[in-house]
Design a protein around this ligand. Structure first.
Ligand SMILES: Nc1nc2c(ncn2[C@@H]2O[C@H](COP(=O)(O)OP(=O)(O)OP(=O)(O)O)[C@@H](O)[C@H]2O)c(=O)[nH]1
Ligand SMILES: [Mg+2]
Length: 222
């Protein structure tokens, strides 16, 4: 009697395990079929700006990580992927977060080639970081793609970061000044962001993705 009871329990447990395992396998197979069906467009994004303006913090916040107060200088380059849907197209943003420190420039500039959008970042509370934008812009244009005709110039997006800093009654760099700078360089979209409060971060990166995708569509038609 005891033996029969034991066998019954064993069969019950076995059926339960088997059902769970089958469910897991089925969902795995479904996911892999879906991902192989959906062709994702890869978009290469380069982040540039002075050291400490918040490039890494913006990237980390965008992919859902928490804000960290401690400043750890990026060494050379960091690389992050983010999958999203833009204008009904599945894309993968490959975010290349560069080091702002000058000693890394010769290494990082070698990676600008094949970029689909450049994000320039400055700190709205530090004038020097804004004044350096001209240099970052020029360096990128020179290194990224000197062959592409002018009308297909790689798009830029400007982010004025750290808008949350307390006592910021009048920012060192006024919004109008930044907008004016964007106009002098062509069609550059401008966003005031705060990585700390995660304000405008998703919106800014969505624009980056849109511009990059548009650039890819245009250039592949050439
Ligand atoms: N208050 C505030 N602090 C910020 C914000 N974004 C970044 N920080 C702080 O600024 C410091 C520098 O941020 P990072 O993201 O490491 O700067 P970075 O541009 O990547 O610097 P490098 O890697 O050296 O080029 C860190 O201490 C961050 O916590 C923000 O929006 N608001
Ligand atoms: Mg960094």
């Amino acid at each position: 009697m005891k033996k029969k009871q034991y066998q019954k329990q064993y069969r019950k447990l076995f059926r339960k395990r088997f059902r769970e395992q089958s469910r897991r396998l089925l969902s795995c197979a479904f996911r892999s079929t879906m991902s192989s069906r959906q062709k994702r467009t890869k978009l290469k994004i380069i982040l540039l700006g002075n050291s400490g303006v918040g490039k890494t913090s913006l990237t980390k916040r965008y992919i859902g990580e928490e804000f960290k107060r401690l400043h750890m200088n990026t060494v050379g380059m960091d690389f992050t992927n983010k999958e999203l849907c833009v204008d009904k197209e599945q894309v993968t943003l490959q975010i290349w977060d560069t080091a702002g420190q000058e000693r890394f420039h010769s290494i990082t500039s070698g990676f600008y080639r094949d970029a689909n959008c450049c994000v320039l970042v400055y700190d709205v509370n530090i004038l020097e970081s804004f004044e350096s934008l001209d240099i970052w812009h020029a360096q990128f244009v020179e290194e990224a793609d000197p062959i592409t005709p002018d009308k297909f110039r790689i798009p830029f997006v400007l982010m004025g970061n750290k808008t949350d800093v307390k006592g910021r009654t009048s920012p060192v760099v006024e919004k109008e000044k930044a907008v004016q700078w964007c106009e002098t360089k062509g069609e550059i979209a401008y966003f005031e962001t705060s990585a700390k409060e995660k304000s405008n971060v998703d919106e800014a990166f969505m624009e980056v993705a849109r511009k990059a995708l548009l650039y890819v569509r245009r250039t592949t038609k050439m």
